[in-house]
Design a protein around this ligand. Structure first.
Ligand code: AMP
Length: 429
């Protein structure tokens, strides 16, 4: 029996929950302000969805997908193979078609927050199960919406106290200019083929864009000298990109042009962007990324629906927050701690806990501890504002001691009056 988490996965312990909570609160707030509604899609989907959308020769489809099978199940038919979702956008696009969202007011604006799964060699910042949040805006092709998405990425980084970030932007063209871009890249990489990794040598034939996104150091070095993609764009894509940049300039959203930036997923068209740390410009540690995907829904045989979106990796954000020592408020501390001495007092403590909690007051006790000293120590550790003490004498007298932990003063009150007194002290009355 193996009692460790599987390789590349980790428990999210209480000490890290505050980071998740903080990020989720920021996301929910921004979603609300910007009119995005939440969507949950299944954790597993049909394989074909990703093969078709993300791309047959993408890293995700070639090497990183986990198949889901019932134990003992005979080989499922090819079209019924199930995969743990390696990303969300494909599932959101499927949901858009399946639920006829084209008939909803456009654009449809959705956000998500949940785990995704990709096989990879585990290393810092690279997990096999990790969490993503993301935003999708479906049914609009105006360059202003690309800029709005990038500006949302910027706002989210600021709200998450990620001050050391930079947004890299580029355009990777559309259906009509992609062949020109492809040919220019192929031409360039053909001359350096000998230095490329085996994967890139093979992919050079089918999809030279992949070389730009390869994680191999040697390939990355060559990729950084590749011809700028924007030089090869068709006039429509050039204009679109120019307008995106104008909107960003107007809104004073800082960005860097990155002429060889592409995304590792096939469905992107036109604008693409990534959020990276300034101190790590090598794109080793991308915090998030996104772009336009005008062809994806049509690729799934849905209605023509231009779209733009982005996704961020939550564990990587948490890593940075920790590294930059960003102070996150711990989960709520109890307002009240009840200390007790003796069996009778313990009974009173339990019913008092119940009474306070039913009034919405956060209250804690250490019912398994009998020594008063260790209970008071715990009250201090939890940083409770008020401590109620019921000892043997208080049981006999029908009273309780209420100690204000901040001011260090205490008073004795009748047990029936405890709730009323506490409410007054907490400003609830
Ligand atoms: P992608 O869907 O590949 O664009 O990834 C979006 C974000 O997810 C990245 O910018 C990372 O922050 C995060 N991410 C991607 N792959 C991993 C991984 N294997 N482990 C942890 N985070 C990841």
């Amino acid at each position: 029996m193996n009692l460790q988490t599987p390789r590349g996965t980790k428990d999210i312990l209480p000490e890290d929950q505050k980071y998740f909570k903080f990020i989720q609160e920021v996301i929910e707030k921004q979603a609300g302000i910007n009119g995005y509604e939440k969507i949950e899609t299944p954790i597993f989907e049909y394989q074909s969805l990703f093969v078709k959308g993300v791309g047959e020769d993408s890293d995700i489809v070639e090497k990183e997908m986990y198949e889901v099978k019932r134990l003992g199940e005979e080989k499922p038919k090819e079209k019924e193979k199930l995969i743990l979702r390696p990303e969300y956008t494909a599932g959101v696009a499927r949901a858009y078609i399946e639920h006829g969202m084209k008939s909803w007011p456009q654009p449809v604006q959705l956000y998500y927050f949940g785990p995704v799964f990709r096989y990879s060699r585990p290393q810092r910042g690279r997990l096999r199960e990790f969490w993503q949040f993301g935003f999708e805006l479906l049914g609009a092709d105006d360059p202003a919406t690309d800029a709005w998405m990038i500006s949302l990425a910027y706002t989210i980084c600021k709200s998450l106290h990620l001050t050391d970030c930079v947004i890299l932007v580029n355009s990777i063209g559309c259906r009509s200019c992609r062949p020109t871009l492809k040919a220019a890249l192929k031409d360039f990489f053909d001359k350096k083929k000998a230095i490329l990794c085996e994967d890139c040598k093979r992919r050079l034939e089918s999809n030279p864009f992949r070389v730009l996104d390869c994680k191999n150091k040697a390939c990355q070095k060559i990729a950084s000298q590749a011809p700028p993609l924007i030089d090869q764009l068709c006039i429509k894509c050039k204009n679109h990109f120019k307008q995106v940049l104008e909107f960003l300039d107007e809104a004073e959203i800082p960005y860097d042009l990155e002429p060889t930036l592409v995304r590792g997923l096939d469905y992107y068209t036109k604008t693409c962007f990534e959020v990276v740390l300034k101190s790590d410009l090598g794109r080793q540690n991308t915090l998030g990324g996104g772009g336009r995907y005008d062809e994806l829904i049509r690729l799934y045989e849905g209605p023509n629906t231009p779209a733009v979106g982005m996704a961020f990796g939550i564990e990587r954000i948490i890593d940075i927050l920790k590294k930059q020592k960003v102070q996150i408020k711990k989960s709520e501390k109890p307002q009240i701690f009840i200390a007790q001495l003796g069996e009778e007092a313990k009974k009173k403590a339990v019913s008092l806990l119940d009474l306070l909690q039913s009034e919405g007051i956060s209250a804690r006790a250490a019912l398994a501890k009998s020594a008063l000293k260790s209970q008071l120590k715990m009250a201090n550790k939890l940083d409770a504002a008020i401590c109620i003490i019921i000892g043997q004498r208080e049981v006999v007298d029908g009273t309780a001691i209420i100690r204000d932990m901040r001011e260090g003063v205490q008073e004795v009150v009748e047990q029936e009056e405890v709730l009323d007194r506490i409410k007054r002290k907490l400003g609830m009355k």
